[in-house]
Design a protein. Structure first.
Length: 64
């Protein structure tokens, strides 16, 4: 992660889900694109979604 380039502060519990925006324990640095994908999911929900996507796409060939 590079501050000012691709780093973004993420709310582990999103503001829209009742997360405290001033609690440092609710913040984590993440890649800006990942933060946009996470949107309003809880951290655990996003990790589970990534696992499901990975499990369902790991056998799909990648065309280069």
């Amino acid at each position: 992660l590079i501050l000012g380039k691709n780093a973004s502060v993420d709310h582990i519990i999103p503001k829209s889900r009742g997360g405290n925006i001033n609690d440092i324990d609710n913040l984590q640095w993440v890649n800006q694109e990942i933060n946009m994908m996470k949107h309003c999911l809880l951290h655990e929900e996003f990790i589970n979604l990534v696992k499901i996507i990975h499990e369902n796409t790991k056998n799909i060939p990648i065309n280069k």
